[in-house]
Design a protein around this ligand. Structure first.
Ligand code: HEC
Length: 400
């Protein structure tokens, strides 16, 4: 997992940049200055401020933070000046001077190319049925170039002006979701020759389809990274799906269980593991079964739709054979991130099962607390380490 910047101020700055620009866009839209595109306000400029470079260039980040601080101060001073008639000239003069004193950062260090959809937000909620639908669309429309595993080795790949990129790595997390959406709907051009590289799909896909594809590609990429490196190098959420829980009437969504640690199990041939008070056990419905049939009485909650199984099979790297997920278990932390996976046949949880980590090695204090636990309690050690290393991944100031 990418190491997060330690400095809290930097995370705050990146978050403020994103929120500030999104708010500006909403205001422009509210007063009718920008149109709606694909259901959301369109970003009117070819560039936007972004944190990607700032993560590596602290000098520029500090300049930007100072400049923004001084600009806010200038606005405040100007506002006071407008109200305080006797000091107005002085205060307005100071307000005018402050931006001149600011250590403005280099424009190139803080700007990235934008698309009209850069600030579009996915409406899907990373739902299991959207992921499954997106994956079907991917198989119909995208495999010829991008390949079944997303690595860019489809049969038509060699004929393209640009070789299709590896979508089975971190690329999808490096882009704003809105930019990915735009590229799927409107295609891409080779920067050097200007020729079309990635085709546009706006004629064939609805906006909802494109968002579903983005969820599916991320699920698939997570699974491929897990296969290649043994880790979810980018944090992935537990997809949302309908569940029915013991003691509760009616169905609810798996997202309603957030705040608790979950153990999600794809039932295999054997019995479910014994209940454990530290985790809420959620049993998946087999991918090949009919929906809405509760099966595993021993679980606290039962998934109602087989889509949850299929989506998790994708995230676990069992793209072509969802049945291989049988007897796999996952641990989800209180924030809803998928953190650990135990493969079929494992007797107890191991340290290596923590496949979504904040750091490659635990901090000394964490290591100490983990080893103090009795060796027999694999789940306990895992939970201790998971809680000590919450997911703090940031991308342009946003947790993804
Ligand atoms: C005819 C071949 C072809 C097909 C079909 C195709 N792509 Fe692409 N795709 C490309 C190429 C080539 C690129 C690299 C474009 C570039 O970098 O200029 C690309 C790039 C991308 C990217 C990277 C975007 C980015 O921001 O860098 C995504 C995501 C993507 N394609 C998704 C899809 C999806 C989803 C589909 C199916 C709906 C699809 N592609 C179908 C050829 C294709």
């Amino acid at each position: 997992m990418t190491a997060p910047p330690d400095a809290l101020w930097l995370q705050w700055l990146l978050g403020a940049l994103q929120a500030g620009q999104a708010a500006l866009l909403q205001v422009l839209h509210a007063v009718g200055l920008v149109p709606t595109l694909h259901g959301q306000p369109a970003w009117p400029w070819a560039s936007r401020l972004a944190g990607d470079t700032l993560l590596f260039d602290l000098g520029q980040a500090r300049r930007l933070a100072l400049t923004l601080g001084l600009l806010v101060l200038a606005l405040l001073v100007a506002a006071v000046g407008l109200l305080w008639r006797r000091r107005r000239v002085w205060l307005l003069a100071v307000a005018g001077l402050l931006p001149l004193l600011a250590p403005w950062p280099q424009w190139e260090a803080v700007r990235v190319a934008a698309t009209p959809a850069s600030f579009h937000v996915s409406p899907t909620g990373f739902h299991a049925d959207t992921i499954v639908r997106g994956h079907q669309l991917y198989r119909q429309l995208c495999v010829d170039c991008h390949g079944a595993d997303g690595r860019g080795h489809g049969p038509l790949a060699a004929q393209q002006t640009v070789w299709p990129p590896n979508l089975a790595g971190p690329l999808l997390w490096r882009r704003a979701d809105g930019d990915l959406f735009w590229h799927v709907m409107h295609g891409m051009h080779d920067a050097r020759s200007g020729q079309a590289s990635m085709p546009a799909f706006a004629g064939r896909l609805s906006p909802d389809d494109a968002w579903a594809l983005i969820d599916a590609m991320k699920a698939q990429a997570a699974g491929q990274m897990l296969r290649q490196t043994g880790q979810w190098l980018q944090p992935v959420r537990l997809p949302a799906f309908a569940v029915r829980c013991a003691g509760a009437s009616g169905r609810t969504s798996s997202t309603a269980l957030q705040g608790q640690r979950l153990r999600v199990i794809a039932p295999g041939a054997g019995p479910l593991p014994t209940p454990d008070p530290r985790v809420v056990t959620v049993a998946l419905a087999p991918a090949s079964s009919t929906p809405d049939v509760p099966r595993s009485e021993a679980a606290d909650c039962q998934a109602l739709q087989p889509d949850a199984w299929r989506a998790l099979a994708l995230i676990a790297g069992d793209t072509d054979n969802p049945d291989a997920l049988a007897a796999t278990q996952f641990i989800v932390d209180r924030e809803g991130w998928l953190r650990a996976r135990a493969t079929p046949g494992a007797a107890d949880w191991q340290e290596d099962d923590l496949v979504c980590r904040a750091a490659s090695d635990p901090a000394p204090s964490v290591a100490a607390s983990v080893t103090r636990l009795p060796a027999a309690d694999g789940l306990g050690s895992l939970i201790a380490r998971m809680d000590a290393e919450p997911v703090r991944y940031v991308k342009g100031g946003l947790v993804h």
